[in-house]
Design a protein around this ligand. Structure first.
Ligand code: PLP
Length: 385
């Protein structure tokens, strides 16, 4: 039996390697601003979700240090035992006031928040409708949930409308900004389509902090208010964790029944303290979003002709197609000291392997120009432009 188990593992690894899809962990020695050091070499970093440059911001580092001095390292327990501190409560209140909801329930990650919502709120006869490009955490949760899951065509409200069921409880889930394409969901059309017909949930992992007034995200940017809003803290907030925003009843229900909440150690109180500081910085420091706009303009001006899709967000994908060719271009960029991740199936659909370029407020104009110039040269050399 043990041999069969080992064989299962080794053959899955061999198959992945044969497809050229093996991924590697890359230990970073140090990171600061838009650069990191790996194996003694400094790279210019265009592969992070730290869109506002907060992850290494001295003010946020100080806030976390202050939190550690005041509240210690770990929360010590799950929220319903003794892991919920006043710093968590303050963070929840700030999120509710900022985003306009009655309740905010904290989770250790966006992955667990998404799983918790779909596992806890859906029942056997329900119909779950998801945009076909939704994140793996949503897709996997939907498949494992008690409900029947169907996918609607990407950003297609008419297709969604045709799939809604008149006899079942429907839940509709979309991302606000799609993580691998950087495009925005047609939230107004989707929201109109689901009105009185479905519970509507938006995962705004990549929109919060970046879009909308004071960085309040994709929904606020277009004036809609979904029933459930998921925001994650590992991207524009520069930290980690997540929250589900909802009304009082759903909040109480998740607090009681969401197993990822009930049976998991709460995020450290110092982290909650730092997250509250991050919210303040996101709201007040509009210059970070202005800088992103400026950098997006520079990038698109120089690379518009090779880009397959121009997005209005910091995520600027360059779809190459085959995994091998994408890896080749990414490797050539690394040789020039520029780190851009090659994103391959199964993260993206077959035949759409891409470089996922991400811009952050921590980049300088000169660094974006350097990226554009090097990328053009490398693409030309590899016959990709
Ligand atoms: C759209 C989306 N939702 C959820 C997640 C998961 O969030 P976390 O990294 O906090 O687990 C991600 C992560 O990349 C994401 O892109």
């Amino acid at each position: 039996m043990k041999r069969a188990f080992k064989q299962r593992v080794t053959s899955a690894l061999a198959e992945r390697a044969a497809q050229g899809l093996t991924r590697k962990l890359v230990p970073l020695a140090r990171q600061s601003g838009a650069q990191f050091v790996h194996q003694g070499q400094t790279y210019l970093h265009f592969s992070s979700n730290d869109y506002l440059g907060l992850a290494t911001d001295p003010a946020l580092i100080t806030a976390w240090q202050e939190g550690l001095s005041r509240y210690g390292c770990g929360s010590g327990a799950s929220p319903l035992v003794t892991g919920f501190h006043q710093t968590h409560q303050t963070l929840e209140t700030l999120l509710c006031e900022w985003l306009g909801y009655e309740r905010a329930i904290l989770f250790n990650s966006g992955f667990s928040a998404n799983q918790a919502v779909l596992f806890t709120l859906l029942q056997q006869d329900d119909l779950l409708l998801q945009d076909r490009l939704n994140h793996a955490s949503l897709m996997e949760a939907g498949m494992l949930s008690a409900a029947t899951m169907k996918r609607f065509r990407h950003n297609d409200a008419a297709h969604l409308s045709a799939l809604l069921s008149a006899d079942q409880t429907n839940m509709v889930v979309t991302e606000g900004v799609f993580s691998m394409d950087g495009d925005c969901a047609p939230l107004v059309a989707l929201s109109d389509c689901v009105r009185h017909r479905a519970v509507f949930m938006v995962d705004d992992a990549h929109g919060i902090g970046v879009l909308g007034p004071d960085g309040s995200g994709s929904c606020a940017a277009v004036g809609i208010h979904p029933d459930l809003l998921v925001v994650t803290f590992g991207k524009a907030f520069g930290l980690s964790g997540a929250a589900v925003l909802c009304d009082r009843d759903v909040g109480d229900y998740l607090t009681q029944f969401a197993r990822h909440h009930v049976y998991s150690t709460a995020i450290p109180p110092a982290q909650a303290y730092a997250l509250s500081r991050a919210i303040e910085m996101i709201q007040r420091e509009q210059w970070r979003r202005d800088k992103l706009q400026l950098l997006q303009g520079i990038y698109q001006e120089r690379l518009g002709h090779v880009a397959t899709a121009l997005s209005q967000t910091p995520i600027q994908p360059l779809i190459i197609g085959s995994s091998e060719r994408t890896l080749r271009v990414a490797t050539a960029l690394r040789e020039q000291g520029i780190w851009v991740s090659a994103i391959r199936p199964p993260t993206v659909p077959q035949g759409t392997a891409r470089l996922r370029v991400t811009l952050t407020a921590g980049h300088s104009e000169a660094q974006v120009r350097q990226l554009a110039m090097t990328l053009r040269q490398v693409m030309e050399r590899h016959g990709e432009s």
